[in-house]
Design a binder for this molecule. Structure first.
Ligand SMILES: [Zn+2]
Length: 285
């Protein structure tokens, strides 16, 4: 093989190795998936692998996350299939200011007139469309969305009968946030976590030339808080992270215990913490 051919072969291999998963990932991010009830007034209205959550109340709804910038139609149809209306969303929240979870926020805000609430560290990234993201930034990766209110750790978001507690879980982004609530079903209380998991995007640095100052401490805080949570039911920003497709099959009847998985939550957090500790050790080597 001459040098040019060899270079071509190496490029082709790289495309196969790196490009194929990206194509598969995008397909899973945009593939429609039926809306379903997670537990109580918490519904999943996202795609096959991009989680979008609807919390309903008699005084309007909360929508957490979107998918990519063309996801509004899918989200609207999913909400309608449950008998609710996108127009009744009053508060928009998100879990991590990355384009795969935020790109339709501006459009949905415009349609619904809902307020965008976000943590202090994710708010500027939402408002500049990802430009100030310390890892993926330097360009606008989604339509900027104006933030109406800053939310902070421990704050309880109230709308109708909804009582949703903000749990700041930084690291994945500086302002990543989880949310917790208690749901009563069939005479039993369930602790529910909508958890942003501490995954580390490829290329991110934790301690040597850190992606942003304090990122390693942020992840440590997230693992500590999440391990201390009392969790019965949990979901996360990607269906694949919380085992959606192992726990739930499209069309399955609603049961409050479908997503009960306390051990799975702890195992998932501990697995990510091990990856985090291994990366710190590798950076210091
Ligand atoms: Zn992300």
């Amino acid at each position: 093989m001459n040098v040019d051919l060899r270079r071509l072969a190496v490029t082709a291999l790289l495309v196969l190795a790196v490009g194929a998963p990206i194509v598969a990932q995008r397909e899973a991010w945009t593939r429609p998936f039926p809306a379903h009830r997670v537990i109580g007034n918490l519904y999943a209205v996202g795609t096959y692998d991009l989680a979008v959550f609807l919390l309903t109340s008699d005084e309007g709804h909360i929508l957490i996350n979107t998918g990519l910038d063309d996801s509004t139609v899918l989200i609207r149809e999913n909400i309608q299939s449950l008998g609710f209306r996108l127009e009744d969303v009053k508060i928009l929240l998100q879990m991590q200011a990355h384009w795969d979870h935020t790109a339709a926020l501006a459009e949905i805000k415009q349609i619904t007139g809902a307020e965008m609430w976000a943590t202090a560290a994710d708010a500027p990234v939402l408002e500049d469309g990802g430009f100030s993201d310390p890892h993926f930034g330097g360009r606008e990766s989604f339509t900027p969305v104006e933030v109406d209110k800053i939310i902070a750790d421990g704050e309880v978001i109230e709308l109708g009968e909804i009582r949703l507690t903000v749990l700041e879980t930084p690291g994945h982004t500086a302002g990543s946030s989880s949310y917790t609530m208690r749901v009563r079903e069939d005479g039993r209380d369930y602790n529910v976590a909508i958890a942003n998991m501490g995954t580390i995007n490829p290329g991110k640095q934790l301690v040597v030339d850190p992606t942003y100052p304090g990122v390693a401490d942020d992840f440590a805080e997230t693992f500590r808080k999440q391990k201390a949570l009392e969790v019965d039911v949990w979901v996360a920003a990607h269906g694949s992270q919380y085992g959606l497709h192992g726990k739930y099959e499209a069309g399955q009847d609603y049961r409050p215990d479908t997503f009960v998985d306390p051990q799975g939550f702890l195992a998932a957090v501990e697995r990510l913490e091990r990856i985090y500790l291994e990366q710190i050790a590798a950076e210091r080597r």
